[in-house]
Design a protein around this ligand. Structure first.
Ligand code: PMP
Length: 401
């Protein structure tokens, strides 16, 4: 008898489990609207041209080797990542008030930041928007923080619960950590307006709350890298402290390379360098040092004018295709006379549409139409194309009528 006979089977991950179920379905019309990965109009995964070109450059450069990176990762990558999120002429960079460390994509950046906070910060509570990306509560709990929700989404309007957000953050204890989606909120696709961001900033600063941005979609929301960084830059500009985790999974299509960065903005350069010394003590016992390949690709693209320009064009191409899919799905539902107001499909931002479909309707769509999505009704727009939109619209129509 095994010494592990008592181990109970864990449930599938609620998001990745959707793909597991999809893969098992033999239907030729099956459609995966679960996982947040970009597909081309032909339904294929996309490796960006600039990524291929950067990889060619790396392969041909015989001076490169596979020695260990430092604990904090590739210096060029860290510097360029800070410039990308804060802006090249940001005072936090010029004054050396930010420490940036390479991490294992967005998830790893959040985890390293969470571990650092649990060890060195006086407030152990992190407020998460409700709803939020399903991994957030797990990442921060495992890091040793306790999680609390703040109101974010109003089902009635399928928009922001701004009043609820201000009330909940307004009654948070001084110093509490607040997780903010930098843009393209997952799963709702609902972002605050610039004016609302400014009010959120004032509230956070007046209560000495600590903002922790999760930036997983820079450039993917609007098609503009600068525009999608505006919320982070607004907070960086006021001289206060903040955390930001960056992911290159979506905006460079580097999902499996696991390349991202954690930046911590501090009041002084001296504090920032001490913070970095402690980040090394967090990282070393977890995985020693990060992998080199993805970070080299990113650094190559960010430091080459031509590659960078071509990247912004390819990125905008992805963002625009997603926006077209929103319009097509909206038009298809209107053409079918599907009951309800579906304008949120074209108002929401980023990779996902939060349809408002309930778990029964979702399971009906899976059973009758072989369409796979998370039970909260979230649809990944990035996986749709002109050929699959009609099938999805038929399913939604049938589910709500
Ligand atoms: N945060 C949010 C909001 C996300 O949607 C994702 C990707 N699904 C991530 C973080 C992290 O992704 P990764 O670790 O692949 O960069």
């Amino acid at each position: 008898n095994s010494i592990f006979a008592h181990v109970v089977r864990a449930p599938e991950d609620p998001i990745l489990g959707v793909t597991v179920a999809y893969n098992k379905d033999p239907s030729p019309v099956k459609l995966n609207c679960g996982v947040g990965a970009y597909r081309t109009e032909d339904g294929k995964p996309l490796v960006l041209n600039v990524v291929r070109r950067a990889e060619q450059k790396l392969v041909n450069d015989m001076s490169r080797n596979k020695e260990y990176l430092p604990i904090v990762g590739l210096a060029d990558f860290n510097k360029s990542s800070a410039k990308l999120i804060f802006g090249a002429d940001s005072p936090v960079i010029q004054e050396n008030r930010v420490t940036t460390v390479q991490c294992l994509s967005g998830t790893g950046s959040l985890r390293v930041g969470g571990e650092f906070l649990a060890k060195h910060y006086h407030q152990r509570t992190i407020y998460l928007p409700q709803p939020t990306w399903g991994n957030h509560p797990k990442v921060f709990t495992m890091a040793g923080l306790s999680i609390k929700p703040y109101r974010y989404y109003l089902p009635a309007t399928r928009g922001l619960d701004f009043q609820g957000l201000l009330e909940d953050l307004g009654s948070a204890p001084s110093g509490a950590i607040v997780l903010l989606h930098a843009c393209a909120h997952n799963p709702t696709g609902v972002d605050p307006s610039p004016q609302q961001w400014e009010q959120i900033r004032q509230l956070i600063r007046s209560k000495s709350l600590l903002p922790f941005f999760d930036s997983a979609y820079q450039g993917f929301a609007s098609g503009s890298l600068d525009e999608d960084a505006q919320a982070v830059r607004m907070f960086a500009a006021d001289g206060g402290e903040l955390f930001v985790g960056q992911s290159y999974a979506k905006n460079m299509g580097l999902y499996a390379e696991r390349v991202g960065a954690l930046s911590i903005v501090c009041k002084t350069a001296d504090v920032a360098s001490k913070v970095e010394s402690q980040l090394k003590l967090v990282i070393r016992p977890m995985y020693s040092s990060p992998p080199i390949h993805g970070a080299s690709i990113v650094a190559t693209i960010l430091n080459d004018r031509d590659l960078y320009n071509d990247w912004t064009i390819e990125l905008k191409g992805m963002a625009d295709r997603i926006i077209r899919m929103r319009q097509q799905l909206f038009d298809a539902l209107r053409a079918r006379g599907t009951p309800g107001d579906w304008s949120h499909i074209i108002k929401q931002i980023g990779m996902f549409t939060f349809t408002g479909l309930n778990p029964e309707q979702v399971s009906f769509m899976t059973k009758e139409y072989h369409i796979y999505l998370t039970s909260d009704g979230r649809i990944s727009m990035a996986g749709l194309n002109s050929k699959t939109v009609p099938h999805l619209a038929d399913a939604i129509h049938a589910a709500v009528t």
